[in-house]
Design a protein around this ligand. Structure first.
Ligand SMILES: NC(=O)c1ccc[n+]([C@@H]2O[C@H](COP(=O)([O-])OP(=O)(O)OC[C@H]3O[C@@H](n4cnc5c(N)ncnc54)[C@H](OP(=O)(O)O)[C@@H]3O)[C@@H](O)[C@H]2O)c1
Length: 273
């Protein structure tokens, strides 16, 4: 199976102002795709767009958008149409997490989390699914997480959001097969990005990948064809996500809770609850 020809394609990357999204934009531009860069921090997007246009000769279009607002799909579709851009691919990568005991979490922040990680991921996918299907040669990547594969005590909403992304994307993979669109849920494990800056748990212990390694795992899977609806980045991470298949639901959540507490700086606090 030949790898994807990204030349004369145009791919939206949400959350392109840092981390995995910026790495996706760089990798796609390196392979010849025009890119539409979406996030709130326009200065960062402009800087990245200039870099990609200079280094790879692609068209890179920054669009500032707050994905916690309603109707992000129609808003983004309007912005894209106003610039006369035709979209062949979409990487729904923007997202953030919250952690800590659910009863202590800020309700407004939880609403934003669900809006960015789930509601607008669906809305943006719905807004662009027709051109993606018609193009038939692009990609639809939804960035999930290892957290999608088990309930996450002290990350209850984030894990549930990512479980939604995994389930939603695998279903779209099936629906999209006749169209030629390659659909993938990409689950990073711990990855060295700004993701952890705002988490109450602070530092998480474990083996980190780089954003480039995560992106490479996703593109490698897509280049092999539309064989897999989902991939976990990193061999150890993939093994860990397979474990719940052999456990009861009870054992899975007990295991996940213990492992999560161990990987956070909150070990002492949670042990006392
Ligand atoms: N890092 C990890 O260990 C890890 C593990 C598993 C999954 N993931 C997932 O990977 C994806 C990328 O995260 P990352 O690790 O690269 O973290 P990151 O460096 O913090 O990047 C997050 C991106 O999402 C954008 N974003 C956040 N809130 C937004 C909003 N309201 N509107 C528009 N854009 C918004 C940010 O842009 P602005 O702030 O400029 O808006 C930024 O570009 C996320 O979906 C995350 O859940 C990360």
């Amino acid at each position: 199976m030949a790898g994807i020809d990204f030349s004369s394609q145009s791919t939206i990357v949400t959350g392109a102002s840092s981390g995995i999204g910026a790495a996706f934009a760089r990798a796609l531009a390196t392979r010849g795709s025009d890119v539409i860069l979406v996030a709130r921090r326009l200065d960062r997007l402009r800087q990245l767009a200039s870099e990609l246009e200079r280094d790879h000769g692609v068209r890179a279009t920054p669009i500032a958008l707050d994905l916690s607002r309603r109707d992000a799909g129609q808003t983004l579709a309007g912005e894209v149409a106003a610039r006369g851009l035709a979209v062949t691919g979409l990487v729904n990568n923007a997202g953030f997490g919250t952690d800590g005991p659910f009863h202590e979490e800020d309700p407004d922040r939880l609403q934003d989390e669900i809006a960015v990680d789930v509601a607008n991921l669906v809305d943006i996918t719905r807004a662009f699914i027709e051109p993606l299907r018609q193009s038939g040669r692009g990609i639809l990547v939804n960035v999930a997480s290892m957290a999608a594969y088990a309930p996450g005590p002290d990350m209850a909403v984030y894990s549930a959001c990512k479980a939604f992304v995994l389930s939603f994307t695998e279903a779209l993979w099936y629906e999209s097969r006749p169209s030629g669109l390659r659909v993938l849920s990409l689950a990073p494990g711990l990855t060295r990005t700004e993701f952890f800056d705002d988490l109450a748990g602070g530092a998480y212990h474990g083996s980190y990948q780089t954003p480039e390694e995560v992106v490479a795992a996703g593109l490698r899977s897509l280049d092999r064809g539309n064989r897999r609806p989902s991939v976990v980045s990193g061999r150890g991470n993939a093994l860990a996500t397979a474990l719940p298949r052999f456990l009861t639901r009870r054992r899975t959540v007990l295991f996940s809770g213990t492992l999560g507490a161990r990987s956070r700086d909150t070990v002492a606090a949670t042990a006392n609850r």
